[in-house]
Each structure stands twice: as C-alpha cells, then as structure tokens.
Design a protein around this ligand. Sequence first.
Ligand SMILES: *Cc1c(COP(=O)(O)O)cnc(C)c1O
Length: 226
Amino acid sequence: MTDLLTNFHTILQRIQVCEQKYHRTTGSVSLLAVSKTHAPTLIATLHDAGQQSFAENYLQEALVKISALQEKRLIWHYIGPIQSNKAKEIAQNFSWVQTVCRLKEAKLLSQYRAFNESPLNICIQIKLDDNPKKSGISLEEAPTLVDSLQSMPHLKLRGLMTIPPLVEDFERQREYYREVCNLFTTLNAYGAQLDTLSMGMTHDFEAAIAEGATIIRIGTGLFGPR
Ligand SMILES: *Cc1c(COP(=O)(O)O)cnc(C)c1O
C-alpha cells in the first residue's frame, strides 16, 4: 500500500516535471490508472488518495470491480479489445471506450448506450505498424472512421489512442507519438473538435507528453509488475 502511494506521487511529480520541460500547460496531462489484474482494495486506496480514473482490459474482471466499487464513483475506461457480443456490457458500464477501430462495433456501442443520458466517450485506436495481430486502424484509414463516429447520437468522439511498437530510444518513441499528434492536429484543423490524445505507458510516457499526450495510461508504474 505504501509503495502504491509512493509510486502514485512519484508519477504525478514526473508528469508535472514533463509538463514544464516540454512547455505543456500545467494540468493538461491526466493520469489514467490501469488497474487490470489488481485488486479492488488497491483501486480504493488510490482513489482515496485522489485518483479518479481507472482503466481495465478484460470485461468480466472489470465488471466485478466496477460493481464492488460502485459507491466510490470512479470513472472507468475500457481499453481492451471489443467483441461484438460484449458491446452491450461495455457500453453500459464504462464512461469511456478507448479502443474503437471498426464502424460495426461503434454502431453497437451507440445503440446500447442509448439508455443512458450521457454519451459514451470514445477514442479511436491507431495502429502504427502493419502487424495483423495488433488492433487499431492505420493513420490513413482513421479520418473516414472519425467522420462516421461524429454522426452517432450516443457516442462522443474525444480523440485518438495508440500503443506504438516497443522501442527503447527516446527519440524513436517521440517519432511514433508525433505521427499520431500530427493526425490529431489535422483532424482538428478540419473541424473535428477532438480534445484527447491517449498515449504513453510506464516505459515511455515522457516521450508521449513531449508530443502532446493528454492522457497517459499507467499500470506497472503505479501497481508494480503484473
Ligand atoms: C496494460 C496497458 C497499459 C499499462 O501498461 P504499463 O506498461 O503497465 O503501464 C496501458 N495501455 C493499455 C492499452 C494496456 O493494455
């Protein structure tokens, strides 16, 4: 527990340092705690220390935690793959879905979200290599999906999310993130009104902040190894 809180304050501190170093507005980068595989008690501890937003990859595991922590009013993000037969539960139990990459699944999410007054916040997941095993759509295909999502009544398209290929070199990390940020800027220049760039994980979030991330998704850096 003490480690968790120490890690939490260290990450917040590093975010602040990066914001200054890369001339980002203070408070423009927010921390999303990736709590997959970790117990509800740890999530509660972090929430009591001031963390509001949490992310999960596996639906069944997430539903157990969401229900266990109902009173706490956490903001839950879904960051796992979307299967059509899970779309209903995803749309009805989360505030955000960051892994949309197909029109078909977006339509299902919108349809099932209809019961709720607030639209589901959406990020489109961008893939930066052509590995068929990885999810996401290419930079080239994204604008068409952006157009389609903007007319869906129960979705609110907030921005882009990415998991770049794993590289050690800081400048290489920045190059990947810069590609996504350039697309974000272009889409907004054409009127998309996006406000979210979800990019950066434990090993590379500083490069992501340097390139404009507004949400960094941290698991290991907070909770330790899975
Ligand atoms: C697990 C996961 C993270 C967190 O990764 P860490 O390296 O543990 O910080 C971030 N984003 C996604 C999509 C994940 O699946």
